[in-house]
Design a protein around this ligand. Structure first.
Ligand code: ZN
Length: 656
């Protein structure tokens, strides 16, 4: 573990709470210590109220805050003497504990306190830091975890057998602590859970975290080295195989899911182990991973069997719930397969990426334990179930609110670097869709800073490059549900009598031929969409109301409409909807420049300003307006519409 405490940056901190915030962020931003909201910290320091009275208080991490980014207001100031009174009780339900913790807060605006608050209150040191460090769970999740911990740390730590976080864990610590703690105690290891360290200051607690974890890491490197990195590569997988699997997982989840493939060296080595099925199906490193990863991954591709096993697991443990439980969906979140590698599923790319972050840290720990420490041992399924169906854990998932309308959907947008294409990509991302954006302009690759964005530099007129891009999108997201065709060029404006046939062909190549080849290549993917494939084509007002000097553009768009109509006819049996929007005069696109605008305005005998709003509603159409309509056509609002052409032109008397 890297010691990231910087004396210079803590010198100017004004209070113990500020130092706790600083130390919390160090713990929270180290993925070897905690992942995605795990871990918690506290500081015992007086709380001064509005009258100037001072009280002994525990400032403890609030739930919903991530240690990596926590601020002062992320800590709840709790009345310490009240917490000690609560600890004297014989029992306290989760619901009552959470209500009492909230009632102990000196600040009604503070966040709900961590479920581990009573444990923090019990520990007789000012500063407390708690993580789920890889190195700690690597030595606890073995045949005799306590012996292994003792071998590494001797008696410098208190060791607590697994108890679910909450009142019972705080009581278990209170029972064991007096017998095990002494002057040289610097930490506490919770088996199958993680590490607590403490001290008179956060600096001391952090230094002890660093000391213990570094010691465990050195011990592991010596006694349980990782296998050598593999040089083997996973085979290339047909995109239809991935998209079939993604469809079946989505059906099992009863909602569209993204499925991200990982073929990095660690994943590759792991899936090629001959004992894969055995070690992958024993359970997670710590129970709180279960809400992200499920208890076990799916080994292989039999989604139906996995779902049946999940239902059996639920039936077997359902009685443990204090109230009636509803089974979560039975779809896997992690898939391990000898050829496919590690795949992670989620309602959003963010969820799938979190599942992989956790599994990336899980695989080496499983291998070390299995190969060198007598075998990997996880908690019994009932303990995992308790956490999976614990209201307090499920609440963490619900904090984010319901997923947006197109969550789990996967789209491709052509011409995504600028104009209408870029606006469509932005609209899809805003609605929760994963988007592969293609454009010949390389700026497409960094057009959006979003894990759900994959920008690819592709010339759409190159069918080989198009299909390679499809492969990449399916590798990253698992399939395809939506295609938005926005790439287009205007070409050279010329009267037919003046037109160079080469210029005419060049426009057809981009606006028409490339669409035909892309639709041809995407059809089998769209036919496998769990929600029904959808295509939105950006046409043009010119189809219904062509203009002089624009034959190449107008002819290409008119032909494109016929392509769309015939696709709607041919693909209806596959549940694929194909619709066209006809924008007019969208000037914030790469198609237009000042010179072209001036020329077209002049041709119509108008000023540029008049030309911009020459429609019935006297309104200017923007790329964002067109994108909203093109994307809306891909939602359930238009679930029963295909083969339609919808103008978005402010009303045009030649079209109306
Ligand atoms: Zn914990």
């Amino acid at each position: 573990m890297e010691d990231r405490w910087n004396q210079a940056s803590t010198r100017c901190l004004e209070s113990a709470l500020d130092e706790c915030v600083y130390g919390s962020r160090l713990i929270g931003s180290d993925p070897d210590l905690v992942l995605h909201g795990g871990g918690n910290t506290s500081i015992k320091t007086p709380f001064t109220d509005v009258t100037g009275d001072s009280f002994d208080a525990l400032f403890v991490k609030g739930s919903g805050w991530d240690l990596a980014t926590i601020e002062r207001r992320g800590f709840a100031p709790l009345n310490l003497s009240r917490l000690r009174d609560l600890l004297a009780l014989d029992s306290l339900s989760d619901t009552d504990m959470m209500r009492e913790l909230k009632a102990s807060s000196f600040d009604p605006d503070a966040p709900a306190p961590s479920v581990e608050s009573l444990l923090h209150a019990y520990i007789p040191h000012q500063a407390v830091q708690h993580s789920h460090a890889d190195a700690i769970v690597s030595i606890t999740n073995v045949v005799d975890g306590e012996t292994c911990v003792r071998e590494v740390f001797g008696d410098s730590v208190v060791v607590i057998p697994y108890v679910m976080p909450g009142f019972d864990l705080a009581k278990a610590v209170a029972v064991r602590w007096p017998d095990e703690a002494h002057d040289h105690t610097v930490g506490m290891v919770l088996l199958n859970h993680g590490l607590f360290t403490f001290g008179e200051t956060t600096a001391e607690a952090y230094a002890r975290h660093h000391q213990l974890i570094s010691k465990a890491e050195r011990w592991l490197d010596e006694h349980a080295p990782l296998p050598a990195p593999t040089s083997a590569a996973l085979p290339k997988v047909d995109r239809l195989v991935l998209s079939d699997l993604r469809r079946r997982i989505s059906e099992s989840a009863n909602r569209p899911m993204v499925l991200c493939r990982h073929s990095d060296p660690v994943s590759t080595r792991f899936v090629q182990r001959i004992d894969l099925e055995s070690i992958a199906t024993r359970g997670p490193l710590t129970p709180d991973h279960v809400i992200r990863t499920r208890r076990v991954p799916m080994v292989g591709r039999d989604v139906e069997s996995y779902g049946r096993a999940y239902a059996e697991y639920f039936d077997k443990h359902e009685h443990r719930g204090r109230t009636g439980l509803t089974m979560l969906d039975a779809a896997p979140r992690i898939v391990v397969d000898v050829d496919l590698g590690v795949l992670t599923a989620g309602r959003t790319v963010g969820e799938a990426d979190i599942a992989f972050d956790i599994y990336e840290h899980t695989m080496p720990a499983l291998e070390r334990a299995e190969d060198h420490l007598g075998g990997y041992v996880a908690l019994e399924p009932e303990h995992i179930f308790d956490v999976e169906y614990w209201d307090l854990e499920q609440a963490k998932l619900h904090l984010a609110g319901p997923p947006p309308a197109l969550a789990g959907n996967i789209a491709i947008v052509t011409g995504a670097a600028s104009g209408i294409g870029r606006a469509c990509a932005a609209e899809l991302l805003a609605r929760g869709c994963a988007v592969g954006g293609i454009d010949k302009d390389g700026s497409v690759e960094t057009a959006f800073d979003n894990p759900a964005w994959l920008g690819l530099t592709v010339d759409v007129t190159d069918p080989t490059a198009q299909t390679a891009a499809l492969d990449e999108v399916v590798e990253r997201f698992g399939g395809l549900d939506i295609v938005i065709i926005a790439a287009g060029i205007f070409g050279v404006g010329a009267a037919i009598s003046q037109l160079d046939p080469t210029d005419f062909r060049a426009v057809q190549a981009v606006n028409l031929d490339s669409v035909l080849s892309l639709l041809h290549a995407t059809h089998p993917l769209l036919a496998r969409s769990p929600t029904g494939g959808r295509v939105s084509i950006i046409g043009s007002k010119n189809v219904a109301a062509p203009g002089r000097g624009a034959v190449a553009y107008s002819a290409s768009k008119a032909a494109l409409v016929q392509v769309a109509r015939i696709a709607a006819l041919e693909w209806a049996d596959d549940g694929i909807r194909v619709n066209t929007v006809h924008p007019d005069a969208v000037f914030d696109t790469g198609l237009w420049n000042d010179q072209l605008l001036a020329e077209r305005a002049h041709l119509h005998g108008l000023t540029v300003d008049e030309y911009r709003i020459r429609n019935l509603l006297k309104t200017e159409i923007t790329s964002a307006d067109v994108a909203r309509l093109a994307v809306e056509l891909c939602t359930d609002t238009f679930a029963k519409t295909t083969g339609a052409q919808i103008p978005i032109d402010g009303g045009n008397d030649r079209v109306v």
